[in-house]
Design a protein around this ligand. Structure first.
Ligand code: SAH
Length: 225
């Protein structure tokens, strides 16, 4: 899968994909993330990507022209299943959307900035709008990184333990049970005995019960779905 991210501040996305699991996924050839600078697609002398809002009011608006040019350029080389615009009023991102996107081919993610993008971009150029939560960020870059991270780690082979993503929160409609590592006793704070018992069946049962209990306490809505 290839994810192309369009932004007017590419530096904001330099680090998230260059370390740990996401970097490994790219090194293994399982995913490719390419960041595009909107300024490279401008034709005006000063490489402006934004302009004042018609009708007045505070805040600049990203212009349709460089965005359209960039998307057209990308489409010349390959097909994309979705052109996603990161937007606070978009579909609320969750694990099931991450699962769905991880099964797709290539994706474009467009990051807004300032006041957002010209509405005609949303009407005509994007296929989907995603929000990472009901709050407003300065730009779509961090949101795009969140979406790309959640999607890429689900691609088979990305996580070293194949089953690992399946035991994460939300995957089975439950949040994850607690986990512990050495030492078994840290200054009197002990790991539950059952986890040291070596009895796999009982451990699995305990984990399931813990997951259900946690879900009931923290995300009761999941149990109703
Ligand atoms: N004026 C807009 C907010 C613009 S914030 C409004 O009130 O709705 C600037 C950019 O940040 C947006 O274009 C969007 O791409 C991104 N952004 C802000 N909050 C976001 C969120 N919760 N989820 C996804 N993207 C977000």
């Amino acid at each position: 899968m290839r994810i192309d991210i369009i932004t007017c501040v590419p530096k904001l996305l330099e680090s998230p994909f260059s370390h740990s699991i996401l970097q490994r996924a790219q090194n293994k050839g399982l995913a490719e993330v390419v960041v595009h600078n909107l300024r490279d697609y401008t034709v005006n002398k000063h490489k402006h990507v934004d302009d004042y809002a018609f009708g007045g009011g505070a805040g600049m608006v990203l212009m349709i022209d460089p965005i359209d040019r960039c998307i057209k350029h990308l489409r010349e080389s390959r097909t994309y299943e979705e052109v996603i615009y990161m937007s606070p009023d978009g579909e609320l991102f969750n694990q099931s959307i991450a699962n769905e996107l991880s099964l797709k081919g290539n994706l474009i993610i467009l990051c807004g900035h300032y006041k957002g993008v010209d509405e005609r971009v949303r009407e005509h150029l994007v296929t989907r709008e995603i929000s990472i939560g009901d709050y407003v960020l300065s730009g779509g870059e961090l949101g795009a990184a969140v979406v790309a991270d959640a999607v890429i780690r689900l691609i088979p082979g990305v996580l070293s333990d194949e089953t690992s993503a399946l035991t994460d929160s939300f995957q089975d409609g439950l949040v994850a049970p607690p986990v512990y590592t050495r030492p078994a006793d840290y200054q009197g704070m002990k790991v539950p005995d059952i986890l040291l018992s070596g009895n796999e069946k009982l451990i699995e049962k305990w984990r399931f019960e813990q997951a259900v209990e946690r879900t009931r306490k923290r995300r009761p809505g999941l149990l109703l779905d």
